[in-house]
Design a protein around this ligand. Structure first.
Ligand code: B16
Ligand code: MG
Length: 223
């Protein structure tokens, strides 16, 4: 029986690190005198660190030297790392482990596909690293979502055809990336924002084993 590949985004799907990203961006924005709200932070979800800083500086109408840019990029990351130091399993989003366990028990190949360059240490902190056969993070890609590169690399490393992959994502750019790659897309979060997804759930508590079996069986319908 052919096996599908299951690919998971990290921030907003497995753990809620958006709040820590927000705290770090907010601290930098305050220092630079730029107004930055939680609503603004929504636009940073799934977006690379570099692109986030570019957007923040555009919001403040600031243009800076490459040295200054890199300095602020490093400062934001140092602050972010200090906020996530104490992360542990309690920060795994509801029923994520239940879903990962179900798939692992069935020998389903699993990958992480995240824009974050901190993905691996976060998975280690929450003790989920052993579930993943493949990690494709911000260090491994040259094109950000909505470009499908991150998911295509994950599929290739899993040894599974793109059309046999399922992607779980909380950001519209990620859903678009999965759709462009001809993968099955599952939106986690606000269905009105993620309506381009093939399936939508508010969170993993809405996902039952029957749905997972359906996704697994789908791989065998694709020639
Ligand atoms: P880092 P995901 C993304 O992770 C976050 O959603 C986004 O807010 C963040 O800017 C990006 O990672 C880069 O993170 O600064 O840790 O490299 O949702 O793609 O898992
Ligand atoms: Mg995300």
């Amino acid at each position: 029986m052919k096996k599908p590949g299951f690919i998971f985004d990290l921030d907003g799907v497995i753990v809620d690190t958006a709040k820590y990203h927000y705290m770090a961006w907010k601290k930098l924005a305050d220092e630079l005198g730029i107004s930055f709200t939680e609503e603004d932070n929504e636009n940073f979800k799934g977006v690379s660190r570099k692109r986030c800083l570019e957007i923040l500086l555009e919001m403040g109408g600031l243009s800076v030297s490459p040295e200054q840019f890199n300095g602020w990029l490093a400062e934001k990351n140092e602050d972010y790392l200090s906020y996530i130091t104490g992360m542990d399993e309690t920060e795994i989003l509801p029923d994520v482990t239940k879903v990962l366990d179900y798939l692992k028990d069935r020998g389903i190949p699993m990958a992480l596909g995240s824009a974050s360059k901190n993905a691996k240490p976060i998975l280690e902190k929450v003790k989920l690293l052993p579930y993943f056969d493949v990690i494709v993070d911000g260090n491994a890609v040259s094109k950000a979502k909505p470009d499908p590169e991150v998911f295509l690399i994950a599929a290739e490393k899993l040894g599974v055809g793109a059309t046999d992959c399922v992607v779980f994502e909380d950001a519209l750019a990620g859903i678009e990336a999965a759709n462009t790659a001809h993968m099955t897309s599952v939106g986690i979060g606000d269905g009105s924002v993620l309506s381009a997804a093939d399936y939508n759930f508010v969170d993993f508590t809405e996902i039952d084993f029957g749905f997972l079996d359906h996704l697994i069986a789908k791989a065998n319908l694709v020639p």
